[in-house]
Design a protein around this ligand. Structure first.
Ligand SMILES: [Mg+2]
Length: 189
Protein backbone atom coordinates (compact mmCIF):
# COMPACT_ATOMS: atom_id res chain seq x y z
CA UNK A 1 0.00 0.00 0.00
CA UNK A 2 1.21 3.50 -0.77
CA UNK A 3 2.02 5.80 2.13
CA UNK A 4 0.67 9.25 2.90
CA UNK A 5 2.16 11.59 5.46
CA UNK A 6 -0.33 14.12 6.77
CA UNK A 7 0.60 17.08 8.95
CA UNK A 8 -1.58 17.95 11.94
CA UNK A 9 -1.39 21.68 12.79
CA UNK A 10 -3.13 23.95 10.28
CA UNK A 11 -3.97 20.92 8.13
CA UNK A 12 -6.19 18.74 10.33
CA UNK A 13 -6.80 21.21 13.14
CA UNK A 14 -6.31 24.90 13.83
CA UNK A 15 -7.04 27.81 16.08
CA UNK A 16 -5.81 26.78 19.53
CA UNK A 17 -2.41 28.45 19.35
CA UNK A 18 -3.86 31.80 18.34
CA UNK A 19 -6.64 31.44 20.92
CA UNK A 20 -4.08 31.09 23.71
CA UNK A 21 -2.04 34.04 22.39
CA UNK A 22 -5.15 36.24 22.38
CA UNK A 23 -6.23 35.01 25.80
CA UNK A 24 -2.85 35.63 27.40
CA UNK A 25 -2.25 39.08 25.92
CA UNK A 26 -5.91 40.08 25.93
CA UNK A 27 -5.81 40.82 22.21
CA UNK A 28 -7.98 40.04 19.22
CA UNK A 29 -5.52 39.12 16.46
CA UNK A 30 -6.63 37.22 13.37
CA UNK A 31 -4.50 34.71 11.49
CA UNK A 32 -5.00 36.67 8.27
CA UNK A 33 -2.97 39.52 9.81
CA UNK A 34 0.34 37.67 9.90
CA UNK A 35 2.61 35.83 7.48
CA UNK A 36 4.73 34.39 10.26
CA UNK A 37 4.42 30.66 10.86
CA UNK A 38 4.89 31.06 14.64
CA UNK A 39 2.89 34.30 14.81
CA UNK A 40 5.78 35.92 16.70
CA UNK A 41 4.54 39.37 15.73
CA UNK A 42 1.55 38.68 18.05
CA UNK A 43 3.77 37.61 20.99
CA UNK A 44 5.52 40.61 22.57
CA UNK A 45 6.99 38.58 25.46
CA UNK A 46 7.83 35.10 24.26
CA UNK A 47 9.49 33.90 27.44
CA UNK A 48 6.44 34.62 29.58
CA UNK A 49 3.96 33.44 27.00
CA UNK A 50 5.49 30.01 26.46
CA UNK A 51 5.58 29.37 30.21
CA UNK A 52 1.83 29.87 30.18
CA UNK A 53 1.36 28.09 26.85
CA UNK A 54 2.90 24.78 27.92
CA UNK A 55 0.48 24.41 30.83
CA UNK A 56 -2.59 24.91 28.69
CA UNK A 57 -3.71 22.34 26.18
CA UNK A 58 -4.06 24.29 22.94
CA UNK A 59 -6.12 21.42 21.48
CA UNK A 60 -8.89 22.15 23.96
CA UNK A 61 -9.39 25.33 21.91
CA UNK A 62 -8.70 23.95 18.42
CA UNK A 63 -11.22 23.06 15.77
CA UNK A 64 -11.11 20.41 13.09
CA UNK A 65 -10.64 21.77 9.59
CA UNK A 66 -13.66 21.18 7.32
CA UNK A 67 -13.80 17.73 5.71
CA UNK A 68 -10.43 16.64 7.14
CA UNK A 69 -11.95 13.69 9.00
CA UNK A 70 -14.18 12.67 6.10
CA UNK A 71 -11.37 12.67 3.52
CA UNK A 72 -8.86 11.03 5.88
CA UNK A 73 -11.35 8.24 6.46
CA UNK A 74 -11.65 7.80 2.69
CA UNK A 75 -7.86 7.84 2.17
CA UNK A 76 -7.24 5.54 5.13
CA UNK A 77 -8.92 2.66 3.31
CA UNK A 78 -6.76 3.08 0.22
CA UNK A 79 -3.42 4.16 1.63
CA UNK A 80 -1.35 3.75 4.73
CA UNK A 81 -1.97 7.09 6.42
CA UNK A 82 0.63 8.48 8.83
CA UNK A 83 0.11 11.61 10.87
CA UNK A 84 3.47 13.35 11.21
CA UNK A 85 3.64 16.30 13.54
CA UNK A 86 6.32 18.37 15.21
CA UNK A 87 5.98 19.03 18.93
CA UNK A 88 9.14 20.81 20.05
CA UNK A 89 8.72 24.55 20.55
CA UNK A 90 12.07 26.38 20.37
CA UNK A 91 11.36 28.40 23.50
CA UNK A 92 10.59 25.34 25.64
CA UNK A 93 12.33 22.30 24.09
CA UNK A 94 12.71 20.39 27.35
CA UNK A 95 9.12 20.91 28.44
CA UNK A 96 7.61 20.09 25.03
CA UNK A 97 6.91 16.44 25.87
CA UNK A 98 3.56 17.69 27.16
CA UNK A 99 2.69 18.90 23.67
CA UNK A 100 3.29 15.40 22.29
CA UNK A 101 0.80 14.08 24.85
CA UNK A 102 -1.78 16.78 23.99
CA UNK A 103 -1.38 15.86 20.31
CA UNK A 104 -1.60 12.12 20.88
CA UNK A 105 -4.81 12.48 22.88
CA UNK A 106 -6.38 14.79 20.31
CA UNK A 107 -5.61 12.38 17.46
CA UNK A 108 -6.94 9.35 19.34
CA UNK A 109 -10.15 11.22 20.09
CA UNK A 110 -10.78 12.81 16.71
CA UNK A 111 -9.27 10.26 14.31
CA UNK A 112 -10.15 6.98 16.02
CA UNK A 113 -9.87 5.07 12.73
CA UNK A 114 -6.12 5.79 12.47
CA UNK A 115 -3.90 3.34 14.33
CA UNK A 116 -1.83 5.21 16.94
CA UNK A 117 1.18 3.24 15.65
CA UNK A 118 0.91 5.57 12.66
CA UNK A 119 1.44 8.73 14.71
CA UNK A 120 4.92 10.14 14.13
CA UNK A 121 6.20 12.86 16.45
CA UNK A 122 9.09 14.38 14.57
CA UNK A 123 10.59 17.79 13.89
CA UNK A 124 12.58 17.03 10.74
CA UNK A 125 9.92 15.54 8.46
CA UNK A 126 12.34 15.61 5.53
CA UNK A 127 13.76 12.38 6.98
CA UNK A 128 10.56 10.55 6.08
CA UNK A 129 10.14 9.05 2.63
CA UNK A 130 6.50 8.82 1.55
CA UNK A 131 4.55 8.54 -1.67
CA UNK A 132 2.39 11.52 -0.81
CA UNK A 133 2.95 14.35 1.68
CA UNK A 134 0.41 16.92 2.77
CA UNK A 135 1.69 19.84 4.85
CA UNK A 136 1.35 23.61 5.16
CA UNK A 137 5.14 24.08 5.43
CA UNK A 138 7.27 23.82 2.29
CA UNK A 139 10.32 22.21 3.90
CA UNK A 140 8.20 19.36 5.19
CA UNK A 141 7.27 18.24 1.68
CA UNK A 142 10.76 16.97 0.80
CA UNK A 143 11.12 13.30 -0.12
CA UNK A 144 7.66 12.64 -1.57
CA UNK A 145 6.47 11.79 -5.07
CA UNK A 146 3.36 13.90 -4.68
CA UNK A 147 3.77 17.08 -2.64
CA UNK A 148 0.62 18.91 -1.60
CA UNK A 149 0.85 22.29 0.12
CA UNK A 150 -2.19 22.98 2.25
CA UNK A 151 -3.06 26.67 2.13
CA UNK A 152 -2.50 28.49 5.41
CA UNK A 153 -2.17 32.12 6.51
CA UNK A 154 1.64 32.01 6.32
CA UNK A 155 1.93 30.42 2.84
CA UNK A 156 -0.94 32.08 0.98
CA UNK A 157 1.40 34.49 -0.80
CA UNK A 158 3.60 31.83 -2.42
CA UNK A 159 2.92 32.04 -6.14
CA UNK A 160 1.70 29.15 -8.26
CA UNK A 161 4.71 29.48 -10.57
CA UNK A 162 7.11 29.25 -7.62
CA UNK A 163 5.34 26.15 -6.31
CA UNK A 164 5.33 24.64 -9.79
CA UNK A 165 9.13 25.00 -9.97
CA UNK A 166 9.35 22.98 -6.78
CA UNK A 167 6.93 20.34 -8.02
CA UNK A 168 4.38 21.28 -5.40
CA UNK A 169 0.60 21.38 -5.82
CA UNK A 170 -1.50 23.74 -3.72
CA UNK A 171 -4.73 22.58 -2.10
CA UNK A 172 -7.06 25.12 -0.52
CA UNK A 173 -9.22 22.60 1.29
CA UNK A 174 -9.67 18.88 1.91
CA UNK A 175 -12.03 18.30 -0.99
CA UNK A 176 -9.30 19.62 -3.27
CA UNK A 177 -6.84 17.20 -1.67
CA UNK A 178 -9.16 14.31 -2.44
CA UNK A 179 -9.57 15.45 -6.04
CA UNK A 180 -5.82 15.93 -6.58
CA UNK A 181 -4.98 12.48 -5.24
CA UNK A 182 -7.79 10.74 -7.13
CA UNK A 183 -6.80 12.50 -10.37
CA UNK A 184 -3.09 11.70 -10.07
CA UNK A 185 -3.80 8.09 -9.20
CA UNK A 186 -5.99 7.76 -12.27
CA UNK A 187 -3.19 9.14 -14.42
CA UNK A 188 -0.86 6.47 -13.01
CA UNK A 189 -3.19 3.60 -13.89
MG1 LIG B 1 1.39 22.40 9.97
Amino acid sequence: MKTIMVDMDDVITEGGYLYLINKYFNTNHHKEDTNDFYMYDFIPDRKKFFKYFINNNLYDYSKLIDNAVKVLKYLNGKYEVYIATAYIYNEIPKESGKIALYKHNYLVKNLPFIDPHNFIFINNKGLLNCDIKIDDKLDNLKNAHIKILFTAFHNKNLSDSYLKQLGIIRANNWLEIKNIIDRLEKECE
